[in-house]
Ligand binder design. Structure first.
Ligand code: FES
Ligand code: FES
Length: 401
């Protein structure tokens, strides 16, 4: 696993990825930018075209790790772009799409063409777009749409943009990747899972900040004052005991904790071993826990961040949580966002119940050592939904004329 820092659609991104992850999977799976389509996955069809430092590039044959420091623009990043807006209108007007699968890549390539070649005629447009295949074969409308935009810009005396705004070509088309301003090769900063892993190097390296791929907002209330809850949150061992499936693997320090969490979703079980950095602010009763972990068996990794803020409500406390995470590997394949969101809601409900019991002085919660069982939680969710549905059904009947 490598940590990659780059800019995607003008947003700084720092996410771990397998060295073999291509840029298309990276933007789709980790950033939910699904406008980048995958067709052939061999660099032939152009469906996956994105801009890499302003240069159209095939993201299916571009390794994400090779884009360290680059500026990536996907079709979503061109929402406000003038040329792309003109092209979108022209595609609609000229019926230049049928199924639309090739359209994002086609628009990215067409934009480059429009910027670079204000004199392009039909032949040049066909040559320029020859790297983008349309399986619906709607080339006549596509060429007509691109031509109409070029003509309209020429009529408005808009000059060509030298190189279409592109920068010097470097590895994988990026003007900066691996090169400094003088073109010298810089060392690409890569943190491998071995250096980031808690098992290796004794977790000597600090736990990095990251931009989560998914952020969930949750809240729950307990009948204890913010001061009591804040003090309890300082007792990491007690907090871990309230979290289903979690346990500590080393004595916790005030600002650092090492442990593991066991999860099972369907047939896949995983034990994430890792460490977390703990930050607290008594001034506003808030805190932050940033952690990393990996499971060797399922070859899944996760980075997570929990931010909490304690808000007084009457005699009790509302705990506002923001949970951000990035999950990669086998579990990410089955851990669809909706499912994970539901699981997180159930997990937090169990955590809140355990916390409440703990604060009331009750003994260690029964669920503490249990595995976080996704299927059990799913059945719990289904039960709750069915109960809600029958409740609504019977109240509808009661209220029926
Ligand atoms: S999916 Fe990348 S070129 Fe076809
Ligand atoms: S419109 Fe269907 S692939 Fe081009």
């Amino acid at each position: 696993m490598s940590m990659i820092e780059l800019s995607v659609n003008r947003r700084a991104v720092r996410i771990a990825a397998e060295p073999r992850t291509n840029l298309a999977d990276f933007v789709r799976d980790k950033l939910d930018l699904t406008g980048t389509h995958l067709g052939c996955e061999h660099g032939v069809c152009g469906a996956c075209t994105v801009l890499l430092d302003g240069v159209p590039a095939r993201s299916c044959i571009t390794y994400a790790v090779a884009c360290e420091g680059a500026e990536v623009t996907t079709i979503e990043g061109l929402d406000e772009d003038d040329v792309t807006s003109e092209l979108r209108s022209a595609f609609t007007r000229e019926h230049a799409l049928q199924c639309g699968y090739c359209t994002p890549g086609m628009l990215v390539s067409a934009r480059d063409l429009v910027l670079r070649l204000p004199q392009a005629d039909e032949r040049l447009i066909r040559v320029g777009l020859s790297g983008n295949l349309c399986r619906c074969t709607g080339y006549v409308g596509i060429v007509r749409a691109v031509h109409s935009v070029i003509e309209a810009r020429r009529a408005r005396d808009i000059a060509a943009e030298p190189g279409g705004g592109r920068k010097t070509l470097g590895p994988v088309g990026s003007g900066r990747n691996g090169h400094d301003a003088a073109g010298r090769v810089e060392r690409i900063r890569v943190a491998t899972s071995e250096t980031a892993s808690p098992e290796a190097a004794g977790l000597a390296a600090s736990i990095p900040d990251f931009t989560p791929a998914t952020v969930l907002q949750q809240q729950f209330s307990v009948a204890y004052s913010p001061q009591q809850v804040f003090a309890m949150f300082d007792d990491i061992a007690a907090v871990a005991a309230c979290l289903p499936g979690a346990s500590l693997t080393a004595p916790p320090k005030p600002e650092r904790v090492e442990g593991e969490i066991r999860v099972r979703i369907g047939p896949i079980g995983a034990t994430f071993s890792g460490a977390a950095r703990v930050e607290r602010s008594e001034a506003d009763m808030s805190g932050r826990i940033v952690g990393i972990g990996n499971d060797r068996r399922s070859r899944s990794s996760t980075q997570g961040e929990i931010r909490y803020r304690l808000v007084p409500i009457g005699q009790g406390t509302r705990v506002d949580l923001s949970i951000g995470y990035t999950l990669t590997g086998m579990l990410a394949q089955v851990g669809r966002p909706g499912l994970v969101r539901d699981l997180a809601a159930r997990l937090i409900a169990e955590f809140a119940g355990n916390l409440d019991r703990r604060l009331s002085g009750a003994s260690a919660p029964a669920t503490a050592a249990a595995e976080l069982n996704g299927m059990a939680l799913i059945f719990g969710l289904l039960r709750a939904r069915v109960a809600r549905w029958f409740g609504r059904f019977s109240s509808d009947k009661d209220g029926a004329p």
